[in-house]
Write a protein that binds this ligand. Structure first.
Ligand SMILES: CCCCCCCCCCCC(=O)SCCNC(=O)CCNC(=O)[C@H](O)C(C)(C)COP(=O)(O)OP(=O)(O)OC[C@H]1O[C@@H](n2cnc3c(N)ncnc32)[C@H](O)[C@@H]1OP(=O)(O)O
Length: 235
């Protein structure tokens, strides 16, 4: 059977193919590393125990360094020409901060499309703390950036975050399932206007609006999302 190939511009943002055995193991390693980070916060250990842990961590880092890294330039080169492997496609998405399941900087936050809404969910532990017992506002800004960028799945074109406006309405608790939702407001040439909300239980804790700017060319709605165009604005 011929191995499936992947094209960068067809990869849904925040979604990656079924994990390979290598990716499964990377994800498990990342979960372990995040769990270690959680333990380190205000760890009540004495100096000699900490010195011992430091030596173990250093030995692990040195082992990891012996492997090197797959080249991003080569991976992107293959994906942009539609010749990317499944591992290439996984490498692009699974290390994204906060949402990539192989990143030790990810709770992870899961992202998915639900009709015309992008939804997200995450439970933040103490490494993500801002005010005591609450999620750091900058972490929520990052989470919103990841979430809102995914509205680009509704359109052709890919760009960067131009503007992100955030209003914190109430503190967002740690160790609680936090829900996120984002919707496309409108398209205007190279600009995509997006709005988003964050909830803890029934309480809305954050509201946000943002503008994404396409790298080149105007954004256009994909056929299956043509109904998102306002009546006076053709898709
Ligand atoms: C290959 C894959 C790549 C895509 C790769 C995707 C990677 C994922 C990124 C992850 C998320 C990030 O961290 S993104 C990193 C954070 N963001 C950034 O670093 C962006 C830094 N800013 C820039 O590089 C630039 O300012 C751009 C690209 C945003 C815009 O520059 P430009 O391309 O010269 O655009 P320009 O002609 O000035 O403006 C085009 C239209 O957009 C408007 N506009 C310009 N800047 C902004 C802005 N910041 N916020 C709102 N609107 C803006 C203008 O008024 C104009 O509207 P009109 O006159 O036409 O009405």
């Amino acid at each position: 059977m011929t191995e499936q190939t992947f094209n960068y511009f067809d990869l849904p943002i925040g979604e990656s193919p079924e994990p390979t055995p290598v990716s499964e193991q990377r994800r498990e390693l990342a979960r372990e590393l995040l769990a270690i980070s959680e333990q380190l916060v205000r760890l009540d250990a004495d100096e000699s125990a900490l010195a011992d842990y430091t030596a173990q961590a250093r030995a692990l880092r040195e082992q990891l360094e012996s492997h090197g890294h797959r080249s991003m330039r080569d991976i992107l080169g293959r994906l942009i020409t539609g010749q990317g492997s499944r591992q290439d496609a996984l490498d692009m998405a699974e290390f994204e901060i906060l949402s990539g399941p192989a990143s030790p900087l990810s709770p992870p936050m899961t992202l998915w499309l639900d009709g015309d809404t992008v939804r997200g969910s995450a439970t933040f532990g103490r490494v993500f703390m801002g005010p005591p017992g609450k999620v750091h506002g900058g972490v929520l800004a990052l989470a919103l950036d990841m979430l809102m960028a995914k509205t680009q799945d509704f359109v052709t074109g890919l760009g960067m975050t131009g503007t992100l406006n955030i209003r914190y309405l109430a503190p967002t608790p740690l160790n609680t399932e936090i829900r996120f939702e984002a919707r496309l407001n409108r398209l205007e040439g190279r600009k995509l206007f997006v709005e988003a909300k964050v909830f803890a239980g029934d309480t809305q804790t954050v509201e946000a609006t943002g503008i994404w700017v396409s790298a080149r060319g105007d954004y256009r709605l994909r056929d299956r999302f043509a109904h998102l165009a306002p009546a006076d604005q053709p898709a």
